[in-house]
Design a protein around this ligand. Structure first.
Ligand code: HPA
Length: 287
């Protein structure tokens, strides 16, 4: 059994194990994982020697219900690196239990990847951000106000050996070295990036004007509805994490038009080639 599987609580561990066995038998293996957010799934076109598993065919997976999320796992070689990409993800607002929401992320970790790059579409809170900009995620605030890992870890205090006595050291959910590598890779690819803090909200409605004001004053640079729980799990399982947000809109304020999912997807479509270029540029640094 992989060391990471042993960190998971039963009976969840058995569900994850069954999906890992299914995928391993179909040749899925990777050194780097990638989670592709709204409108950003085109990266999988860059994966050579690809094998594909629709989520609906993988034991224990839920198909995603979000338009523009394809819901497939794609494994193969990208930029010379063995890569497994989640093309589409599940969201807390889809009403799933944590064990269902985070199963695909646990499977990615238990396939043995060393690092994962998480991507998402996000609203820009920082006034210097414009639609189409990219942001390397330096840190996150999970505003679901809940423990996304409750009941999922065999030994919550001792996960990944990070706990000394009963006092956890300060957490680096996003690996600082990988964040720097991502920014450097973006520069090599000719893509400017911001670096900032990502806030994760419940959704599925976009934020109220009052919430936007609160998040700005709290120092958040971008806001979305995903990612935080996945990153908490990956970090607890000892996977190094880098994060990239695609700013699809300014978080709307008084007097601005209402935001729609179609707007978010349209900007994602406009910048997704740049996102793919940054991912390809960083893969070699992560393997
Ligand atoms: N808020 C929350 N999630 C989002 C946004 C937003 O403005 N844009 C894209 N995803």
């Amino acid at each position: 059994m992989s060391g990471r599987l042993a960190l998971l609580a039963r009976p969840w561990r058995d569900r994850v194990d069954a999906a890992v066995a299914f995928l391993t038998a179909r040749g899925f293996a990777g050194d780097v994982g990638v989670i592709l957010g709204s409108g950003l799934g085109n990266f999988v076109d860059r994966i050579a020697d690809a094998r594909v598993a629709p989520y609906g065919e993988i034991p224990g997976y839920h198909a995603t219900s979000v338009a523009a999320h394809q819901g497939r796992l794609v494994g193969g070689i990208a930029a010379g690196v063995r890569t497994v990409a989640m093309q589409g993800r599940l969201h807390p607002y889809e009403g799933l239990a944590p064990a269902d929401l985070l199963l695909p992320t646990a499977v990615l970790a238990c396939l043995g990847v060393r690092a994962v790059v998480v991507t998402n579409a996000a609203g820009g809170l920082n006034r210097f951000y414009a639609p189409g900009d990219l942001m390397v995620i330096r840190d996150q605030i999970d505003l679901h106000w809940d423990d996304p890992l409750r009941g999922l870890l065999a030994d919550p205090l001792g996960a990944a050996g990070r706990v000394v006595g009963r006092v956890p050291p300060p957490a680096h959910l996003y690996d600082p070295a990988l964040a720097s590598a991502l920014a450097a890779a973006a520069a090599r690819a000719g893509v400017p990036v911001h670096q900032g803090v990502y806030a994760s909200m419940w959704g599925p409605t976009y934020e109220t004007k009052a919430e936007i004001g609160l998040l700005r004053r709290a120092g958040c640079d971008a806001v979305g509805m995903s990612t935080a729980a996945e990153v908490a799990l990956l970090s607890a399982l000892g996977v190094a994490v880098a994060g990239l947000s695609c700013i699809t809109n300014p978080a709307r304020e008084t007097g601005q038009p209402e935001l729609s999912h179609q707007d978010v997807v349209a900007v994602g479509a406009r910048v997704r080639e740049r996102v793919a270029a940054v991912l390809l540029a960083v893969l070699g640094d992560l393997a």
